[in-house]
Every structure is written in structure tokens, then in C-alpha cells.
Design a binder for this molecule. Structure first.
Ligand code: GCO
Ligand code: CA
Length: 260
């Protein structure tokens, strides 16, 4: 029962790990001993990211590919497993959001969000899952959202995708538990990242509202996700299947309260 959270000797792939929550989770895995592989799709962002990891003492292996493109994913997973080693931990973090009222949303944009936030985790899980089955196990962690449970004005596509991702997590957990693959999710609440920058501006009504809506009374710091991702990547979670671990300062625990 010692070393429950030790990831030494494990290879972890984190998609969309050039910034934000993906980077914070990737660093946590590396700091707990994992060999880190990061994915991104913009070369300049990747260069900046690698320098950032390096400054933190982490030698990340980087692979640029489009997570929505099944052939590119298959080719890169094969390359990673050959060049770095078999993937023990997959974190499906890459995602996007569009904030457009439903009445104005172009169906093509809706489809694009579903493609990135829901279809790509399936594509990655399938590609990595096939090799995990052969090797007798692994960990898959899907990054869900408050919008896996709750709606909000302007994020119809994102909520549809993240609600779908929660159920994809449960379904893959069901199908693959017998192969010793634990598929779980993390549902971050509202975190201070680039993605939320437009709605986090001081004095912006959304900013004040989200702070008052969060029992902890603040935006999350990306490092607050470290414990959850390490837990779900480690042998500490070997009998945990199909759970979404919400890390949200209590948002989902409460209906909220009237203005004081
Ligand atoms: C929004 C936010 C959210 C968060 C997050 C919440 O516009 O409401 O961007 O969607 O980023 O996913 O869990
Ligand atoms: Ca190391």
C-alpha cells in the first residue's frame, strides 16, 4: 500500500497540453514520475510550451497532430509507442468552446465543437485502448466540465459535447473494465485559464456571479487539478470505473443563494 500515487515507469499522453489545464495536469503527472508526452497542433505554441515544461524541470516529448483526424491520431499513437513507449495513461484534455446564443449558432460550428470535444476523445481512446487491451490495462481520463451537468446561456454545443463525454466515459468504463482499463473523468469547475479570460475580467458581471456561485468563493487555480489527475492515473484508483470527479469548489453541491 506504499507508493500508491507513484507514476514512475509510466508513459502519459496529455492532449492539448500546450497551455491551461492540460499543461497543469501534465506537469502534475511528470512531477509524480511519469514520462510525459504532450500533444498540440500549433508549432509556435508547442515551442513555447516545451520551454515552459523545461523551466519546470520536465523533458516532455511533443507530438503535433489534429485530434479530430482519426488517421493522424492512429499514425501518431503508433509513433509515440515506438519512440517513447506504450502509453499507460491517456488524458483526453484537448477541447474548444464557442459562446454563441443557440438561436444564432451555425450548425457547422455546432458540429465542429462536437467533433473536437466529443468525437476526438473517442478516437484517441480507441487508438490507445487497442494497445492497452493487448498489454493488460491502462488509465483513460476524460476532461469533462460543469457543462457535463448544467446548462448555461451561449454554450449549447459545448454542453452537448461535455454531457456526451460524461456518458462516453461511463460507456467505455463499462466495456473496458474487464481489460483492466479504468476510464474516468474529471469535471473542472471554473478555473482561471486563457479559455475563461474573456469572462473573468474584473467587474464583468460573469466574474462576480461565478465567484458568488462557487461555495469556495473563487476561481480555481489550474494546480488544484493535480491531485485528481494523479489519483485517476495511479494504482490508487484501480477499482474506480466510470466516475466523474468534479473539482469545482462546490458548485455542483449547491443551488446557490440569493444576493446578500
Ligand atoms: C463558460 C466556461 C465553461 C468552463 C468550464 C466549466 O463559458 O461557461 O468557459 O464552459 O470553461 O468548462 O466547467
Ligand atoms: Ca521523471
Amino acid at each position: 500500500m506504499k507508493d500508491l500515487f507513484n507514476l514512475n515507469g509510466k508513459v502519459a499522453l496529455v492532449t492539448g497540453a500546450t497551455h491551461g489545464l492540460g499543461m497543469a495536469m501534465a506537469k502534475a503527472l511528470a512531477h509524480h514520475g511519469a514520462t510525459l508526452v504532450i500533444n498540440g497542433h500549433t508549432p509556435s505554441k508547442m515551442d513555447a510550451a516545451l520551454a515552459d515544461y523545461k523551466a519546470d524541470g520536465i523533458d516532455a516529448h511533443s507530438y503535433l497532430f489534429d485530434v479530430t483526424h482519426a488517421a493522424q491520431v492512429a499514425e501518431n499513437i503508433e509513433k509515440i509507442e515506438k519512440e517513447v513507449g506504450p502509453i499507460d495513461i491517456l488524458v483526453n484534455n484537448a477541447g474548444m468552446i464557442m459562446r454563441v446564443p443557440a438561436l444564432e449558432m451555425d450548425p457547422e460550428d455546432f458540429r465542429k465543437v462536437i467533433d473536437v470535444d466529443l468525437v476526438s476523445p473517442f478516437i484517441l481512446s480507441q487508438a490507445v485502448g487497442r494497445s492497452m487491451v493487448k498489454r493488460g490495462g491502462g488509465k483513460i481520463i476524460n476532461i469533462c466540465s460543469m457543462m457535463s451537468e448544467l446548462g448555461r446561456d451561449t454554450v449549447s454545443a459545448y454542453a452537448a459535447a461535455k454531457g456526451g463525454l460524461k456518458m462516453l466515459t461511463k460507456n467505455l468504463a463499462t466495456e473496458w473494465a474487464k481489460y483492466n482499463i479504468q476510464v474516468n473523468g474529471i469535471g473542472p469547475g471554473y478555473f482561471a485559464t486563457e479559455q475563461t479570460a474573456p469572462i473573468r475580467v474584473d467587474g464583468h458581471p460573469f466574474n462576480d456571479w461565478i465567484i458568488s456561485r462557487t461555495p469556495a468563493g473563487k476561481w480555481g487555480d489550474p494546480e488544484d487539478l493535480a491531485g485528481a489527475v494523479v489519483f485517476l492515473s495511479s494504482k490508487a484508483s484501480d477499482f474506480v470505473n466510470g466516475q466523474i470527479l468534479y473539482v469545482d469548489g462546490g458548485i455542483l453541491a449547491t443551488i446557490g443563494k440569493p444576493k446578500e
